[in-house]
Design a protein around this ligand. Structure first.
Ligand code: SAH
Length: 329
């Protein structure tokens, strides 16, 4: 039942209704021209075809031109925009600067910017920090703008010791790390249900597009103790909770329980809302800190550089998606 509810929103039911309407229309026309039932439907179509050879040719030319032109001017192949969310204004800055044909609309206090990025139709919004703000913004985005896919771009604390500020994690899966059961034995993650899995998987098509981005994107260099290096881009697990993590004990626990590479405060909330409505979603995060005792200072120091790296990655992703427009959940 839940599945059917979700499918309604990815247009399958609408497509069905359209087909049904068209079939009815055809039956009605046929009925009018076939008073008394003298001709069969094959014959009816034959008559129509003979009469309309030139018209059909003209129609075919129009359809071919429209099909060729459509991906150049629209967002995804079915004309839906790509939704891009961030938590903080710093994370939106580069994206907003590149936005063409900008228009603003506000719903429930959340401002959405529509326009074109890298020639692709987009809707941008900054949700504010935390899962509630993120889920609210994601629900509004889906309900008001019907995006073909949703990308979350922002910064995160690195849990994987190989990651440094500026590196990028492409979220293969996301989970809420603070949603579950707390007993005398400690914390246990939520029991997965049909509507709310523990891990939400990103669709393969978006992940493959992100891999192509990784091979060609130009990012700001990462600072290390030995100088600078080109940022690493890895596929990894991103976990989400309503706390800023600045504790090595918590880092060890999160690595152990979730095998996670990065921790942040919005991704899984957006991914879950999208997953429930069968809208493809992927979280991209650049590392701003290592979620350790120095996390707060690192966050303040690297937020701009990391936020820009994630935004640049997202811009390149839009270019790649434009080259291979259709994304399925
Ligand atoms: N500057 C804000 C706080 C930012 S909270 C203030 O003054 O209130 C951190 C933001 O960056 C969140 O949106 C979260 O998604 C991400 N983030 C970066 N490092 C994080 C960490 N160590 N733990 C949790 N979230 C982190």
């Amino acid at each position: 039942m839940f599945r059917n509810y979700g499918e309604k929103y990815i247009g399958q039911e609408n497509a069905g209704q359209k087909h049904y309407r068209q079939k009815n229309k055809w039956q009605k026309n046929w009925g009018q021209k076939n008073v008394g039932g003298k001709i069969g439907w094959q014959e009816y179509l034959g008559r129509e075809n003979r009469r309309g050879n030139m018209t059909s040719l003209f129609q075919i030319v129009i359809v071919v031109l429209a099909v060729a032109w459509w991906p150049l001017c629209a967002g995804s192949s079915d004309g839906r925009p790509t939704g891009i969310l961030t938590a903080l204004p710093e994370e939106m800055q580069v994206l907003s600067q590149h936005l063409k044909d900008k228009r603003m609309r506000t719903f429930l206090g959340v401002t959405f910017q529509t326009g074109k990025l890298e020639g692709r139709k987009v809707v941008l919004a900054t949700s504010g920090i935390g899962k509630v703000n993120a889920a609210k913004t994601a629900a509004l985005l889906l309900d008001r703008f019907h995006p073909g896919e949703v990308i979350f771009s922002g910064v995160a604390g690195g849990l994987n010791p190989d990651l440094a500020p500026g590196d990028i994690v492409i979220g293969t899966r996301t989970a809420q790390h603070d949603f579950g059961k707390l007993t005398e034995r400690g914390f246990e993650p939520q029991t997965p249900t049909a509507e709310t899995p523990l891990f939400i998987e990103a669709p393969g098509e978006l992940l493959r597009a992100a891999d192509r981005v990784a091979a060609r994107v130009k990012l700001a260099p990462v600072l290390t103790t030995h100088g600078t290096r080109t940022p690493r881009v890895i596929r990894g697990v991103i976990i989400t909770g309503d706390v800023f993590v600045a504790s090595p004990t918590k880092v060890a626990e999160l690595r152990e329980t979730f095998k996670a590479d990065a921790v942040e405060m919005e991704g899984a909330a957006v991914a879950l809302v999208c997953w429930q409505q069968r809208v493809p979603c992927m979280v991209i995060r650049s590392i701003s800190d290592k979620a350790d005792v120095g996390a707060w200072e690192d966050f303040e120091r690297f937020i701009k550089m990391a936020a820009d790296n994630s935004a640049r990655f997202t811009l390149e992703l839009l270019r790649v998606l434009k080259e291979q427009p259709k994304v399925t959940p």
